[in-house]
Write a protein that binds this ligand. Structure first.
Ligand SMILES: Cc1ncc(COP(=O)(O)O)c(C=O)c1O
Length: 392
C-alpha cells in the first residue's frame, strides 16, 4: 500500500515516540502534584512549552496545550465570541467557507445559536482570501478575523501577513488555523502578525489528540473547559504529559528539518501536478499552482465520482483523499470545492494527493502509471450508473 494522504495524518516519528515513552510509565507523575513525581512531570511540560514558544516566537505563557486542532479552533472562536469584553468590544467574526469545518461549522453554530454576526469573505478561484475581499468585509471596525494559513483540501496558502495587517488597521484581532501549514511552513506569530494560531500534532509526525493554541497576551478569551485551572486557567484537565512532550518534539523536528523536508516533497509533488494534468483527460488543478503547500497536489476530474475513484485507488494499493463526502448515495461537493465556483460535474470528482518525508520516486511513478486508467474506469462506472451507454 502506498500512502499518499499525509494531510489527513502522519505516522509518529520514531524520535518523537522515544521522547514520549518515559512519560507513560517511568515518569508518570501529574504536573499538578507537589511531590517530586509531579515536579518531574511539570518540568517536562514547562520544557515542551518553552520549545514550542521558541519556534512560534512568543512567550511560553502564550501557549495553551489542547486536544488538537479542532479544540484550538473552537477555543479561539468560542472564547472570543463568549467574552463579555471581547478584546476589541465587537463580537463579530469574519471568516471564509474554505476554512476547515472546525472553524466554519463553529462560526455557523455561533451565528445560529448565539446571534454572533458572521461575515463570509469571498475567495478567489484558487480558494485564497484576497486582501481586497477583507477590506470590503471590514466595513465596520473590530471583531475577529479567522483565516487559515494553508488549506487542507486544496493546499492554497492565504496571504496571512497581508490580511493581518488589514485586520489590525481596522482594529480587529486575528486568528489563523495553521494546522496544515505547520508541517512545512514557518509559523512565526510575529511575522504572520496574528493574535492566535491553532496547531495539531498529528499533521507533523506527532501524536493525534494533542494540539496547541497560541494566544497573545492581553486577549480576553473565555475558557471553554473549566475545572482544576490547568493551562493558566484557560483549559482545565490533567496534562497529557507524554503527548505534550511528543507535540513539542515533533514541532521542533518540523522546524529544524523544514528545508530538507520541503526539498524532498516539492519536486515529487511538481511531477504529480504536471503529469496528471498532461495525461488525464478532462482534469484540472484545484488550488493555487505555486502558492500552495509543497507536499500537496489536488485535482478535479470531469464526470467522475470522487469516492468511487478513491475505492479504485485503494484496491490498486494507493491511499488518497477526496473533497466530497457521500451522504446517503447523494454525493455533494465539499464546501471548499463549492466555494471555488467549480460546476458539479467537475466538483464531484475531486482527488487530493499529499506526500510525506517517506514518499519515494518509485511511489510517485507507480501512482502516475496507475491513475489515468483508474480515472477512466471511474468514468465508465459513473456512465453505467446513470444508464448512459457511453458510446464512442
Ligand atoms: C486545517 C485544519 N484545521 C483543523 C483540523 C483539525 O485538527 P485535529 O485533527 O487535530 O482536530 C485539521 C485536520 O484535518 C485541518 O486540516
Amino acid at each position: 500500500m502506498i500512502y499518499l494522504d499525509f494531510a489527513a495524518t502522519t505516522p509518529v516519528d520514531a524520535r518523537v515516540l522515544n521522547a514520549m515513552l518515559p512519560y507513560f510509565n517511568a515518569d508518570y507523575g501529574n504536573p499538578s502534584s507537589i511531590h517530586r513525581h509531579g515536579q518531574k512531570a511539570e518540568a517536562a511540560v514547562d520544557k515542551a512549552r518553552e520549545k514550542v514558544a521558541a519556534i512560534l516566537h512568543c512567550q511560553p505563557e502564550e501557549i495553551l496545550f489542547t486536544s488538537g486542532g479542532t479544540e484550538s479552533d473552537n477555543l479561539a472562536l468560542r472564547g472570543f465570541a463568549f467574552s463579555k469584553t471581547s478584546s476589541n468590544g465587537v463580537r463579530r467574526i469574519l471568516t471564509a467557507k474554505t476554512e476547515h469545518h472546525a472553524i466554519s461549522r463553529t462560526a455557523e453554530y455561533l451565528e445560529r445559536e448565539h446571534g454572533i454576526p458572521i461575515v463570509w469573505l469571498e475567495v478567489d478561484p484558487y480558494g485564497a482570501v484576497v486582501p481586497q475581499a477583507l477590506e470590503r468585509g471590514m466595513n465596520e471596525s473590530g471583531g475577529l478575523v479567522s483565516l487559515m494559513l494553508a488549506n487542507n483540501e486544496i493546499g492554497t496558502i492565504n496571504p496571512v501577513e497581508k490580511l493581518s495587517q488589514i485586520a489590525r488597521t481596522h482594529g480587529a484581532v486575528v486568528h489563523s488555523d495553521v494546522v496544515q501549514a505547520a508541517a512545512y511552513l514557518d509559523v512565526n506569530v510575529e511575522t504572520l502578525g496574528v493574535d492566535m494560531i491553532s496547531l495539531g500534532g498529528h499533521k507533523f509526525y506527532g501524536p493525534k489528540g494533542i494540539g496547541a493554541l497560541y494566544v497573545r497576551k492581553g486577549m480576553n478569551l473565555v475558557p471553554q473547559i473549566s475545572g482544576g485551572g490547568q493551562e493558566f486557567g484557560m483549559r482545565s484537565g490533567t496534562h497529557n504529559v507524554p503527548y505534550i512532550v511528543g507535540f513539542a518534539e515533533a514541532l521542533h523536528l518540523a522546524s529544524s528539518e523544514r528545508e530538507f523536508r520541503c526539498t524532498h516533497v516539492k519536486p515529487l509533488r511538481d511531477r504529480i501536478m504536471g503529469t496528471v494534468l498532461e495525461q488525464v483527460v478532462d482534469s484540472a488543478l484545484t488550488g493555487h499552482p505555486d502558492r500552495r503547500m509543497p507536499n500537496h497536489a489536488s485535482f478535479v476530474f470531469k464526470d467522475v465520482d470522487g469516492n468511487a475513484l478513491l475505492q479504485l485507488l485503494d484496491a490498486a494499493g494507493f491511499a488518497c483523499s477526496s473533497g466530497s463526502a457521500c451522504k446517503t448515495g447523494n454525493p455533494e461537493p465539499s464546501d471548499v470545492i463549492s466555494a471555488l465556483g467549480i460546476s458539479k460535474d467537475w466538483a464531484l470528482g475531486s482527488l487530493r494527493i499529499t506526500l510525506g518525508v517517506s514518499t519515494t520516486e518509485s511511489d510517485v511513478d507507480r501512482f502516475l502509471h496507475a491513475l489515468p486508467g483508474l480515472v477512466e474506469k471511474a468514468r465508465g462506472l459513473k456512465r453505467k450508473n446513470h444508464g448512459d451507454p457511453g458510446v464512442n
